[in-house]
Write a protein that binds this ligand. Structure first.
Ligand code: FAD
Length: 483
């Protein structure tokens, strides 16, 4: 007997929603199961936070500019999409980063592995930490591990306890801000850096733990092209979502842009329901399987009518707002002032910038010869006020920061401002338990799932991993149940 075709709607066309659709497609073809799938995206473009802009030989990234290679999922997806040959390494000629510390740019000390400093020499030469701070950091070898049963710690508590507050404030906090745009006094160590919490449990010391478990950064297999810690696509990360989009529509998946889901209703029996999704613009879709690949606060509002508790937990995940400002400068005017990949700024310096990337030095082919592309990253939790500035005021702010920090006085030839309101989910204390409760509540709605950056990792590889896992659950529900 011919199996009936199942209907699936994926809400949200960011990397989570698109990779969930792709994984579902793979699951369906491996089972030879017919299905109809629609991805519904509120914006006019697909990709969500992944937003590449190409103009006059300049490639700007509004959101992420690269992904980690130590987590395999994004690399694997690129491989499946035939994009591996387009992946590029960070430009090794310029392999150094800076930190704005105590009034000037200093070389970021080499020898940090997984956020943990393991080499004294570079730390000493950088001048970022005092002697007392370096000695305190080394005490991590001796400080006994924390009793397991104690309460969850914030990132600030965890790193300060192990490595000292100076090492945390001056060295580690700016890296954390660069990832989460968050406040380390709120973020949960267990949820953001579980592997480090585990290293303490296992080895009693972070330094000892990373030294014991570290892997070389470059892949040792001679037949595999060595990859740097971060990679991106030659034409920008937008090529990843463009390629996914092409594959999905080629396989008959309907991609609806500019269509927002405003309400979700459950139809039929609790044991064997279907769902009705009302669109903002009018009309509705019905499906047996639904994946909400939307920010937690959107999923909260969609779930509220039939699961208040899940909705309340989702609403407890706060978000930080950020901005990126990409500016093109005439190379002769800035070249002598910039070296390496860019710099990070500790919160303790009290500046508007979180970080700046010298994009055209970090990656090849980001700007034509004679031009330099610089990307400033602003915002962070508690600095949402910056979002209210208009583009020229924001650009002015970024230029002033670049002048103070790096001595750049020239004016940009071209500027692209990207605002990201409520963009970065904050894994604050209690996050893991919150996510466990959300998943447990949502599992009570057969055929309904949530995925995305809000839950088990905000990086692109984390989103793809969660989307793959979610699609595997949905396909098992759709096709492996005895009917
Ligand atoms: C400035 C910035 C820099 C970053 N840098 C990096 C980096 O270098 N490396 C890295 O790995 N990660 C980085 N990240 C994080 C990473 O980009 C994101 O966590 C990831 O892209 C999120 O993907 P997502 O699909 O879960 O969510 P999103 O990309 O937010 O997608 C969700 C989609 O849902 C849509 N939507 C919302 N509501 C509805 C509705 N009601 N109906 C229909 N559609 C709806 C939205 O329009 C959106 O397109 C960065 C993020 C930002 C903001």
């Amino acid at each position: 007997m011919m199996a009936t075709s199942k209907r699936v709607v994926i809400v949200g066309g960011g990397i989570s929603g698109l990779s969930a659709a792709f994984a579902l497609l793979e699951q369906a073809s491996s089972r030879d199961a017919p299905f109809q799938c629609t991805v519904v995206e509120g914006q006019e473009y697909l990709g969500g936070k992944i937003l590449t802009n190409r103009r006059d030989g300049v490639i700007t990234e509004g959101g992420p500019d690269s992904f980690l290679t130590t987590k395999p999922e994004a690399l694997a997806l690129c491989e499946k999409l035939g994009l591996s040959s387009q992946l590029i390494n960070t430009n090794q000629e310029n392999a150094q980063t800076f930190i704005y510390s105590k009034g000037r740019l200093r070389q970021f000390p080499q020898g940090l592995i997984s956020m943990v400093p393991v080499k004294i020499g570079p730390l000493f030469h950088s001048g970022v930490l005092s002697w007392a701070g370096i000695v305190r950091m080394g005490a991590d070898w001796m400080i006994p591990r924390r009793a397991r049963a104690k309460d969850e710690e914030t990132l600030a508590e965890f790193f300060s306890r192990r490595l000292g507050s100076e090492a945390f404030d001056r060295l580690i906090e700016p890296l954390v801000s660069g990832i989460y745009a968050g406040d380390a006094n709120e973020l949960s160590a267990d949820a953001t850096f579980p592997h480090l919490v585990e290293l303490e449990r296992k080895y009693g010391s972070l330094i000892k733990g990373v030294l014991t478990t570290q892997r070389p950064r470059l892949s040792p297999e001679p037949e595999v092209k060595p990859r740097t810690l971060f990679t991106t696509l030659r034409g920008g990360l937008g090529d990843l979502t463009a390629s996914l989009t092409e594959r999905l529509s080629g396989a008959g998946i309907s991609l609806r842009r500019g269509a927002s889901v405003r309400a979700l209703h459950r139809l039929g029996s609790q044991a064997d329901p279907s769902y009705r999704l009302e669109l903002e613009e009018g009309g509705a879709l019905e499906a047996e399987g639904v994946i909400l690949a939307t920010p937690a606060y959107v999923s909260a509002s969609l779930l509220r009518p039939f699961d208040d508790e899940a909705s309340a937990f989702l609403d407890q995940i706060p978000y930080a707002s950020t901005m990126t400002i990409s500016m093109v400068f005439p190379e002769p005017e800035v070249k002598r002032l910039i070296r390496g990949y860019g710099f990070v700024v500790p919160s303790a310096e009290n500046r508007s910038l979180i970080a700046a990337t010298w994009s055209s030095m970090k990656w090849v082919e980001r700007a034509p010869a004679g031009q330099c592309l610089i990307r400033c990253y602003l915002g962070r939790r508690g600095r949402e006020d910056l979002l209210d500035l208009n583009d020229s005021a924001l650009t002015e702010r970024a230029c002033r920061e670049l002048e103070t920090i790096a001595g750049i006085q020239s004016r940009p030839l071209h500027v692209d401002v990207y605002r990201w309101p409520r963009a970065m989910p904050q894994y604050i204390l209690g996050h893991r338990e919150r996510v466990r409760r959300i998943r447990e509540r949502v599992a009570r709605q057969p055929g309904l799932y949530v995925t995305g950056a809000a839950y088990d990792g905000i990086g692109i590889p984390d989103c793809i991993r969660d989307a793959d896992r979610t699609s595997a659950q949905l396909s098992a529900y759709l096709w492996d149940r005895a009917s």
